[in-house]
Design a protein around this ligand. Structure first.
Ligand SMILES: Nc1ncnc2c1ncn2[C@@H]1O[C@H](COP(=O)(O)OP(=O)(O)OP(=O)(O)O)[C@@H](O)[C@H]1O
Ligand SMILES: [Mg+2]
Length: 268
């Protein structure tokens, strides 16, 4: 049995494609026969909404069977995993109460010798060791605080989606500094790479974004990038990843290619 690989999707820049990429990568990996656990770490519930309708998401968010409870009460999160309609994809839903998590974690009494930055990692230990999943994919909110530090420290790899737009790279240096801080606590957390999303290849900004990113020292930029595609929004409108909604669409094909590249980067 191969080790479960945990990957998180972070960028303090909002709307960069974190939730879309996390959900679609999960569906693409599952389409390639991998078992995937998605973990919704954001109070916006966007990853959960990519697989369940609003009513279902709100019910899970208001219950006590979600990631917020697991983290706030330092419990095993695995029992909160629910199967999605996509074969081989389970999801641990989020909650609007996630807005309280920063303070909860900062003030929580901890077992002796444990660090506040490793609470989520502990919550996911049994999911990692259960042998049930090839991949655990964690969607992060657009912040850089103790909670995102927990998400980084719970991950083997970090993927940073960057939007191909004039402000897309704004704040990237902060994100990379923050990742370096996380690596001091969790040295096994590695940067997997930057994936460019919402690309419009006809625009000069796309070319400029790619060139600027490729000049960053020691940072891998995925060959695959995701172009702007309205199918992504239509798919989200019906709570489906585009990979399942319209497999023949350009973005579905791009996410399937991206999944292959991720598998390679993860040594699979
Ligand atoms: N390739 C794409 N083509 C068209 N629209 C896209 C594409 N990727 C993402 N979007 C849209 O862009 C918006 C932001 O995407 P998404 O929610 O995935 O970003 P995010 O980084 O998770 O945002 P946040 O920082 O708020 O969590 C969404 O409305 C989504 O539908
Ligand atoms: Mg998001």
């Amino acid at each position: 049995m191969k080790k479960t690989v945990t990957i998180c999707f972070t960028n303090n820049k909002g709307g960069s494609g974190k939730s879309t990429t996390c959900g679609n990568l999960g569906a693409a990996l599952a389409g390639a026969g991998k078992k995937v656990l998605l973990v919704d770490g954001d109070m916006q519930l966007n990853l959960s909404l990519s697989f369940f309708n609003e009513e279902e998401v709100l019910e899970m968010a208001e219950s006590s069977r979600n990631l917020y409870y697991a983290a706030a009460e330092q419990q095993d999160a695995l029992p909160f995993a629910v199967p999605t309609r996509i074969e081989n994809v389970d999801l641990i839903p989020s909650s609007m109460r996630m807005s309280l998590i920063e303070r909860q974690l900062a003030e929580a009494p901890l077992p002796r010798g444990r660090r506040r930055e490793l609470v989520l990692s502990d919550c996911l230990t049994s999911a990692r060791n259960s042998g049930k999943y090839d991949y655990i994919l964690i969607d992060a909110p657009p912040t850089l605080g103790l909670w995102v530090m927990n998400i980084l420290c719970a991950s083997d790899y970090v993927v940073i989606p960057v939007e191909a737009s004039p402000w897309g790279m704004f704040g990237l240096a902060n994100m990379l500094d923050f990742l370096n801080e996380a690596r001091e606590i969790s040295p096994s957390t590695e940067m997997m790479g930057i994936v460019v999303t919402k690309a419009d290849v006809r625009k000069g900004y796309f070319k400029q974004t790619m060139e600027t990113l490729r000049e960053l020292d020691g940072i891998y930029v995925f060959q695959s990038f995701i172009r702007v595609d309205s199918n992504i929004e239509w798919a989200q409108d019906v709570s489906s990843p585009v990979v399942a909604f319209k497999k023949s669409s350009r973005s579905a094909k791009e996410y399937i290619e991206f999944a292959k590249e991720v598998e390679k980067r993860a040594g699979r």
